[in-house]
Ligand binder design. Structure first.
Ligand SMILES: C[S@@+](CC[C@H](N)C(=O)[O-])C[C@H]1O[C@@H](n2cnc3c(N)ncnc32)[C@H](O)[C@@H]1O
Length: 279
């Protein structure tokens, strides 16, 4: 099996993909059930990160908020927030949570229905890897952020060699693999080689190099980021924001003691993207 087969990387995205993904998120009951696991415990680190970089009583936007729990938690911290998602299905239960500080709106991240410079802080958790036009989404996030405001992007660093190394060690020591990414020792080793190569290429290339894959939108096997389309990388986002004149405040904060050490010593290798930038 070649490296490309393990990742399913594609040179060119199918033009119908954007519409197919929209339909998938609008209708997938299985995905909605997976989002039930994204409860307040799961979302705590993301909410803490956003809250620590938002001035008190900020005007916030969450893009791709899924079941809306993180937005509700941020409203509970005293912020004014709009939670948006492309899927009316995922937002179905949120109406009852709305208050004068918290509202929800169906909106495509590619075309946010807000004026320029409207928000103090715009955030997303586990969104960017699910959008085929990720550069346009990041541009929209920049547009609706006020000058001096902040953007927080969190989610998996799908190009992290550390994630691949851990996959490989786990499989070598008799543990289980990760569906889609590394189900066998050979796949895990190839994933490690691939992510090391990506890391070096991305570090050396002055331009961001967004890599895409064909997402798996089969309802029965979703989970584990099978539906991801952008092979998310801290380095791409860093370069993209810097090229547009934004300042990187934090590349990665890391979770737990080991995560914090990795995020401090080598933030671009960290398995998690937890980036804070200032406009
Ligand atoms: C993995 S879920 C994360 C949900 C939530 N942020 C969380 O952490 O629980 C990805 C979310 O991105 C949303 N999404 C995908 N494409 C989108 C788009 N173009 N615009 C807005 N939301 C989108 C999906 O509907 C889904 O709710």
């Amino acid at each position: 099996m070649s490296l490309m087969e393990v990742l399913n990387a594609v040179d060119k995205l199918d033009p119908s993909l954007r519409q197919r993904m929209r339909e998938f998120y609008e209708t997938s009951e299985t995905y909605k059930r997976l989002l039930d696991h994204h409860n307040s415990a799961y979302l705590q680190t993301f909410v803490n990160l956003v809250n620590s970089y938002a001035p008190p009583q900020s005007q916030l936007l969450e893009v791709g908020c899924g079941n809306g729990v993180a937005s509700r938690m941020l409203a509970d911290r005293g912020h004014q927030i709009v939670g948006t998602d492309i899927s009316p299905l995922f937002l179905a239960e949120t109406k009852v949570w709305e208050t004068d500080r918290l509202t929800y709106q169906v909106a495509d991240a590619l075309d946010l229905p807000f004026p320029d410079q409207y928000f103090d802080l715009v955030c997303s958790n586990e969104l960017v890897e699910h959008v085929p036009d990720v550069q346009s989404v990041l541009q929209e996030m920049i547009r609706v952020t006020r000058d001096g405001g902040r953007i927080v992007v969190a989610g998996p660093n799908l190009c992290s060699p550390i994630t691949s190394l851990l996959d490989w060690i786990r499989l070598l020591t008799g543990g289980t693999g990760r569906p889609i990414w590394a189900e066998t020792k050979a796949q895990a080793f190839q994933g490690l080689q691939r992510n090391l190569r990506y890391y070096l290429q991305k570090r050396l290339n002055p331009e961001p190099n967004f890599i895409f894959r064909e997402p798996d939108l089969e309802d029965q096997i979703i989970g584990g980021d099978a539906d991801s389309v952008y092979v998310a990388s801290t380095i791409d986002l860093e370069k993209f924001f810097q090229q547009r004149g934004l300042t990187i405040i934090k590349l990665s904060v890391g979770f737990g003691l080991k995560g914090k050490i990795v995020a401090t010593l080598c933030p671009r290798l960290s398995p998690h993207i937890s980036m804070v930038v200032q406009k």
